[in-house]
Each structure stands twice: as structure tokens, then as C-alpha cells.
Design a protein around this ligand. Structure first.
Ligand SMILES: *Cc1c(COP(=O)(O)O)cnc(C)c1O
Length: 230
């Protein structure tokens, strides 16, 4: 656990990085959202985020959120950013306000069924393995039209954008390529299906500048805000 005052410094530094990245490509910093990633940290990280006015957090495990949620006093939106197993879909639908990691046709089907049962409409992002990393979940670029068609045919799911994770310990230029590919496929899909897909969730501690240059509307930051994970 880090001290609140250290978190405040980290938060100020991230805001500065966002501003500088925006400035260098002529974007308005207001168009880049910051999703604090609180995974592996206990409730303190969520409380810190709420304290500085952030209203959502990113988490990657259903079980962890199930335990953490009751310990949080304030109002918080929970976003799933990690792979979701089929047997946890119902729980995830109950716990999360948005699911960014929709990565298979089977999951689309299961989520829609679960939402029907629980009478809920779920905002989602489609996760795309735009960096063609064999270790990453997500649809291949070539599968994205089929994936979007499946979501558009799922009445309980509201597809608001796309998400990607750049290949790990990649050189900056390969992260950049990955992000540009996600942005391009978004434009192609929007045009073809007349579907807005406003959100591009891409960029983390290491590569947020490249993501902002490529049009990210949401960076997901853990380490630079809360310190290293155990
Ligand atoms: C852990 C995680 C992050 C945050 O990564 P940092 O490098 O700690 O900023 C962002 N996105 C996803 C999908 C993650 O799993």
C-alpha cells in the first residue's frame, strides 16, 4: 500500500503525461479518459481513485471484485478488463458495469443469455488482439466484422468501443503499430456497420503516449498510479 500523498503525486504525473502526449499530437486532453487499474490491490486503491474524482476502476478477476466491492463505501463503477471464463459470466454480469474484455463469440452468446436472465443491458467493448500476440486473448483483426455482427445481434449487449493490449515488453514502435491497427479497424467497422464505437481503450503505464497518438479515448493505468503489484 502506498501513501495517499504519493498517490496524489502519481496522479498529477499521469495527468501531466496525458497533457503532454495530447499536446504533441494536437488533441484535447479532455478526450482521453483515465481508467485506474486497481487489480491485486486491496480496497485502498479504489478509495484513492474515488478521492481524486475518478469514478470507475478496472479489474481483471471476478472473485477479487466480489470480495472487494462490499468493502468500498463510495459510489464506484467497475470495469472488467481481464479474460472472463464461461462459468463466471453470471457473476460478472452482476458485479460489473462494463465488460471491456469480450473476446469470443461464445462469450458474446453467454453474456447475452445471462443479461436476459438478469434483466440487464451490458455495455461492452470488443477486445482485439491487434498486436497479433500469441499470448493474448482477443479477436484477430480479421475476425472483428464477425464479432461485431454477433454483438449487434445480441439485444442485451451495447457495444461502445474496442479494447486492445499491446504485445508485452514490446519496442515502442510495435505498440504504436498495434494501436494504429485498432484505430483503423474501428474506422472500418464504423463505416461498414454504421455503428459509432466511440471508445478506443488502449494504452497502459508503459505505452500510453503511443496510444494517445493513435487516438486512444481511455488509457488503463495501474503501476504508474498505485505502484508495483506484488
Ligand atoms: C494490468 C492491466 C493494465 C494496467 O497495466 P499497468 O502496466 O500496470 O499500467 C491495463 N490493462 C489491462 C488489460 C491490464 O490487465
Amino acid at each position: 500500500m502506498i501513501k495517499l500523498e504519493d498517490f496524489m503525486i502519481n496522479f498529477a504525473n499521469i495527468k501531466l503525461r496525458i497533457e503532454q502526449a495530447c499536446q504533441s499530437v494536437g488533441r484535447d486532453p479532455k478526450t482521453v479518459g483515465l481508467l485506474p487499474v486497481t487489480k491485486t490491490h486491496a480496497g485502498w486503491a479504489v478509495e484513492y481513485a474515488l478521492k481524486v474524482g475518478l469514478s470507475s476502476v478496472g479489474e481483471n478477476r471476478v472473485q477479487e471484485v466480489k470480495e472487494k466491492q462490499p468493502t468500498i463505501a463510495g459510489d464506484c463503477r467497475w470495469e472488467l478488463i481481464g479474460h472472463l471464463q464461461s462459468n463466471k459470466v453470471n457473476e460478472a454480469v452482476r458485479l460489473f458495469d462494463r465488460i471491456q474484455s469480450v473476446d469470443s463469440l461464445k462469450l458474446i452468446r453467454k453474456l447475452n443469455q445471462s443479461c436476459e436472465k438478469l434483466n440487464k443491458r451490458m455495455p461492452i467493448f470488443l477486445q482485439c488482439n491487434a498486436g497479433e500476440d500469441p499470448n493474448k486473448y482477443g479477436f484477430d483483426l480479421s475476425e472483428m466484422p464477425e464479432a461485431l455482427e454477433a454483438v449487434l445481434a445480441a439485444p442485451q449487449l451495447d457495444c461502445q468501443g474496442l479494447m486492445t493490449i499491446a504485445p508485452l515488453d514490446s519496442v515502442p514502435s510495435s505498440a504504436q503499430t498495434c494501436f494504429e491497427k485498432l484505430s483503423t479497424i474501428r474506422d472500418t467497422l464504423t463505416e461498414r456497420y454504421k455503428c459509432p464505437l466511440d471508445e478506443l481503450s488502449m494504452g497502459m503505464t508503459q505505452d500510453l503516449e503511443a496510444a494517445i497518438a493513435a487516438g486512444s479515448t481511455m488509457i488503463r493505468v495501474g503501476t504508474a498510479l498505485f505502484g508495483h503489484r506484488a
